[in-house]
Design a binder for this molecule. Structure first.
Ligand code: ADP
Ligand code: MG
Length: 315
């Protein structure tokens, strides 16, 4: 190693912002944190493995961003306010330039959300990044998967299929369209939307594995089914320019990695949902409804044969 573990940790530590509720941050055996009274802690972990979750040549700045973004997306889906995170890094070598670039992406996003890095672990091994994120949500206000009710409307934020489209172009040996690649490398966690949906949405999930696969998790947890209209799924101009017809609709319905929110809300909340979308400047599309049963059906993709389920690690 050209640089020792504690030098790497010191490089990270000196860049970390302070936060009043961090009683003790990086440097001791544990961090000491002071959660606000009356709040529940929302805790989530996600790992990115080289070759599985990102192409091995992904820029370290983008990796730093994405490693935190996927965790912020889970906090968003729960309606939690981001607060603290930890970072476990497995690195093939002690490369200070790589680490600095990684921190550029990671800490830029942390700063956007007032989040502080309070600890972690640094080891040598195949490139892998595990982030644990902590947020706060008032008791009873969390957006859970098990609250969808028959008759609720199903909504998604932003546009779907862009990240999967970038990967499809990459796998086919084509150049990735820049706007699509940006969605893959720099997902924007919908934190403000998650917070605004407290008291409005009946259930919520972030779309990491593909809309139909993730909506199926909501339906299973809630004991309901869903009917989605493929024509109602929102598409970005970049996706429309690159893919047409069923090819595009399949990317939108089953592609992962966009980190948009899929949520349900009673029909009586439709105007409230539209109003908060307008306030946040974030398009929200009504794509279907919750029905009795246990199936997720997507009309407009019928004749297409069985759709691939979300990505499965141990399949
Ligand atoms: P320990 O042996 O007690 O686990 P370490 O030597 O692993 O301690 O870490 C020393 C301190 O540096 C701890 O406070 C730990 O949380 C922090 N730390 C280690 N690696 C990282 C990292 N990648 N990012 C942030 N903090 C880290
Ligand atoms: Mg350690």
């Amino acid at each position: 190693m050209s640089e020792r573990e504690f030098d790497l940790i010191a490089r990270i530590r000196r860049r970390v912002a302070a936060r009043a509720d961090v009683v003790l941050g990086i440097g001791d055996d544990c961090a000491l944190l002071a959660p606000p009274p009356g709040m529940l802690l929302a805790v989530t972990t996600d790992t990115l493995n080289a070759g599985v979750h990102f192409p091995a040549d992904t820029a370290p700045t983008d990796l730093g961003w994405k490693a935190l973004a996927v965790n912020l997306s889970d906090l968003a889906a729960m309606g939690a306010q981001p607060a603290w995170c930890t970072l476990a890094l497995s690195l093939p070598q002690a490369d200070a330039a790589w680490l600095d670039a990684f921190c550029d992406g990671f800490l830029a996003l942390a700063q956007d959300y007032g989040m502080t890095l309070v600890g972690g672990d640094t080891t040598r091994g195949p490139l892998a990044i595990t982030v644990t994120a902590h947020g706060c949500v008032p008791a009873g206000a969390a957006l859970r998967r098990d609250g969808a009710g028959v008759g609720d409307e199903v909504w998604v934020s932003g546009t779907l299929g862009d990240a999967a489209a970038a990967l499809a172009q990459w796998r086919a040996g084509h150049a990735m369209a820049p706007a699509l690649r940006a969605r893959l490398d720099r997902p924007m966690p919908r934190v403000a939307l998650g917070l605004a949906l407290r008291g409005v949405a009946s259930s919520c999930i972030d779309i990491s594995d593909g809309l139909l696969a993730d909506l199926a998790h909501v339906c299973r947890a809630s004991g309901v089914g869903a009917e989605i209209a493929a024509d109602a799924l929102p598409a970005s101009p970049a996706l429309q320019a690159a893919f047409a017809g069923d090819r595009r609709r399949v990317l939108q319905a089953t592609g992962g990695d966009d980190y948009e929110l899929c949520f349900t809300a009673p029909a009586a909340q439709r105007e409230a949902v539209q109003a908060l979308g307008a306030r946040l400047g974030l398009p929200l599309a009504r794509i279907g409804r919750i029905v009795a049963g246990s199936e997720v059906r997507c009309t407009g993709l019928d004749g297409f044969g069985p759709l691939a389920p979300g990505y499965q690690h141990f399949a």
